[in-house]
Design a protein around this ligand. Structure first.
Ligand code: HEM
Length: 361
């Protein structure tokens, strides 16, 4: 039998995709609201892009889930490449808010009541994205909102899917484990290292030196930062600090993972650290862009509905503000800038270490 020639609309299944926009206000008995079409199209476009992001994340997580990752394989480079693609997509999603902004609050009022109690809050893909990146239920603003399966909450199957995903290893945990496996501080590589710090604090010689250089570079007002340093990298909490204060310093990554991450950031100019550095930087950027989106969405919502409650039955703008300030996932990594020192003061790496960093970890 002759093979049918591929046809554009058939390949893309456009009959399905383009037959999925049905404004409720256009139904019999309702007053057609012109802007409801835009409202539907824009949400669908978001969901398609969420799908692509999750697809890219599947690959990234599959690489990090391996017990060992070979630095010289294509894996890490593809991870970097695909995280970068996710960044470009979220940038586009942020710009899409501008299109929605062409709808006025009065235009929205024409069909808003017809939507109740559905809301973007119920976007399963958005929740899966957050959970896979590493946002834990316990750290969510108003976590009780997420446990709803009544009106305004999730359907039972969606709820189950989100909950199951939350219990699996997130990208954050996988990256944490990968960082912990880094062999940078293996004693054998540091045999010939000349320590410069006057005192030894029972740390690895590199960290003794680094801590000393960091401390001497702090201004008078910053002296307390050395206590933060000891907590972030060595789990020694400054006296009298509360759990909340400590949580702000480091909440998701282990001290060992933070040590590797800082080391990568410090020596990023060495080609062997480049890919790892770009991966960490991409995670920080994704967090940053997600937060930009939350902010743009919040401002748009304030303009659109003021202080009214959301169709999804949260407090509306109030809820969104809390989510904006609390739902960072990679805050620990972006916080590493606090502990950087000037390039010219960096301890010189031992030859043995440089020779041995064609590693698997
Ligand atoms: C007229 C436009 C929009 C309004 C007035 C609006 C309003 C709201 C409100 C009030 C909430 C809080 C939950 C609730 O009580 O409903 C919310 C959450 C949310 N909306 Fe929108 N929204 C709009 C457009 C969009 C679009 C285009 C998307 C794209 C997918 C979206 C995605 C979300 C998401 C993901 C949440 C949960 C945010 C979080 O938990 O951090 N919204 N929206």
């Amino acid at each position: 039998m002759e093979k049918q020639a591929m046809y554009y609309g058939g390949y893309l299944q456009l009959d399905k995709v383009l037959d999925a926009q049905h404004p409720v206000s256009f139904e019999k008995g309702n007053e057609p609201a012109h802007d409801e079409m835009l409202f539907i199209v824009i949400h669908q476009a978001y969901e398609l892009w969420f799908k692509q992001i999750l697809f890219e994340l599947d690959y990234v997580m599959q690489v990090f889930a391996q017990e060992k990752i070979n630095d010289n394989s294509e894996d890490l480079n593809l991870v970097r490449h695909r995280l970068n693609r996710i960044i470009q997509i979220i940038q586009l999603l942020n710009q899409q808010v501008n299109i929605l902004d062409t709808m006025t609050p009065l235009d929205f009022l024409e069909f808003r009541n017809l939507l109740t109690p559905s809301s973007g809050f119920q976007s399963k893909q958005f929740r899966l994205l957050e959970a896979r990146l590493g946002l834990q239920l316990d750290k969510r603003h108003h976590k009780e909102y997420y446990k709803r399966t009544n009106e305004g909450g999730f359907t039972q199957p969606d709820y189950q899917h989100i909950t199951d995903t939350e219990t699996q290893a997130s990208l954050l945990q996988l990256v944490n484990n990968w960082l912990e496996r880094m062999p940078f501080f293996t004693d054998a590589y540091w045999k010939d290292y000349q320590s410069t710090a006057p005192d030894s604090l029972s740390h690895h010689p590199f960290w003794n030196d680094y801590r000393h250089i960091y401390q001497t570079g702090l201004t008078e007002r910053e002296q307390n930062k050395i206590g933060d340093f000891d907590y972030v990298f060595f789990e020694r909490a400054p006296e009298g600090s509360s759990a909340e204060q400590l949580d702000l310093l480091r909440s998701n990554f282990s001290p060992a993972a933070m040590r590797s991450a800082l080391f990568i950031m410090l020596y990023r100019d060495f080609p062997m650290f480049q890919t790892s550095y770009q991966i960490l930087d991409a995670l920080i950027e994704i967090d940053h862009l997600m937060s930009n989106w939350r902010h743009k969405h919040l401002i748009m919502v304030r303009r659109m509905i003021g202080m009214r409650v959301g169709t999804g039955n949260t407090s509306g703008a109030g809820y969104l503000e809390g989510a904006l300030s609390k739902h960072y996932v990679y805050r620990d990594l972006s916080g590493l800038s606090t502990y950087l020192i000037e390039r010219k003061k960096l301890p010189r790496l031992p030859e043995e270490l440089i020779r041995n960093l064609g590693f698997m970890h």
